[in-house]
Design a protein around this ligand. Structure first.
Ligand SMILES: [Zn+2]
Length: 325
């Protein structure tokens, strides 16, 4: 009862009423996942995590006790998420939540500071004179400006499911595939596959990593960044502040070792840039590496915290939002 009251109060204080006018998540069709999208473990390894996201939407989450992935479950399917991203609703919600009137533009956004470590990592790896073929998953395009400074690019393909952003990619002269990478078919291999600001948006991370290992040249590199929200939950933040419907999955560092190992890639380099933000370079390995096993007690504790929003937390949250407003 008290939990329900606290939940209701939280929903009110997260401007839920106004956010709901932008997107009524409660009404969207959702389905239950009976396996972990990170390691494909079955139901017996999945446990309830929490019930609510940071916007105040009822977004139930599960966690996998094998690879440590936390994910929204039940969740919208590809059609629902495509609509969500394509309509631009997703950016409106973020903008509304963060109170920052920010217009998305690859030019204006510039190069995100979190991906700057790739500058050194990639220029160390690739010879400048070599002409490279690049596949950009998530196709935010802005990373192209960074890559163009460093590398000789022969071919640049963007895979982007968001129609609202495809125009930006096309204006920049990229080859564009409209859809998700799981649908992208190509016979040739790529020297560099990039995936920036995208990992948390994937519906099926395991399938994506499998696909990448098929599209990657034997001497190629898969470069992606990752905001480790599970680490943030462990270190400082309340789990609910990390969960948001626009992020279907929340990989832990252990999840990355599963995703890489299961798709026969190994972590070639990993650097931490800003707090809980990581840059990874993966290479094809040919064998299945040993995985890092998770500390189940930590996940159980997090899940308990996620489910019990105390009045104490709510008051702190209210004060914070009032100060920010
Ligand atoms: Zn798993």
């Amino acid at each position: 009862m008290r939990k329900n009251l606290t939940f209701r109060l939280l929903r009110m204080t997260t401007k839920y009423g106004r956010i709901r006018k932008i997107f009524d998540y409660d009404k969207e069709e959702k389905h239950n996942l009976d396996r972990c999208p990170g390691c494909l473990s079955g139901n017996d390894r999945l446990h309830d995590f929490g019930d609510l996201d940071r916007y105040g939407y009822y977004a139930k989450t599960s966690w996998c006790d094998r690879c440590g992935l936390i994910f929204i479950n039940p969740r919208m399917g590809l059609a629902g998420y495509s609509r969500f991203y394509q309509s631009g609703v997703y950016r409106q919600i973020i903008k509304f939540y963060a109170d920052t009137p920010k217009k998305f533009s690859a030019e204006k956004e510039g190069i995100p500071p979190r991906v700057m470590p790739f500058k050194d990592l990639l220029s160390e790896y690739f010879q400048r004179h070599r002409k490279l073929s690049v596949l950009d998953i998530g196709g935010t395009g802005n990373i192209f400006h960074l890559l163009r400074e460093l590398l000789s690019i022969d071919r640049y393909v963007c895979v982007n499911p968001a129609a609202s952003e495809i125009e930006i990619d096309e204006q920049a002269g990229f080859e564009v595939f409209e859809g998700v990478v799981e649908q992208y078919e190509a016979t040739e291999k790529f020297d560099l596959i990039c995936m920036f600001g995208t990992l948390n948006h994937l519906l099926e991370p395991k399938l994506v990593f499998n696909k990448v290992s098929k599209l990657l040249d034997h001497a190629g590199i898969f470069a992606f960044d990752h905001v480790n929200r599970v680490e943030k939950m462990i270190k400082s933040s309340h789990p609910i502040q990390q969960i948001q419907i626009d992020h279907p999955v929340y990989p832990a560092s252990e999840t990355i070792s599963y995703l890489a190992g299961d798709s026969r890639m190994k972590i070639y380099k990993m650097v931490s840039n800003i707090k809980s933000q990581y840059c990874y370079l993966l290479k094809l390995d040919g064998k299945i590496d040993e995985r890092t096993s998770i500390n189940k007690k930590i996940f159980e504790k997090l899940s308990k915290r996620s489910k019990s929003i105390s009045l104490n937390y709510l008051i702190k949250y209210l004060v914070k939002r009032m100060l920010l407003a």
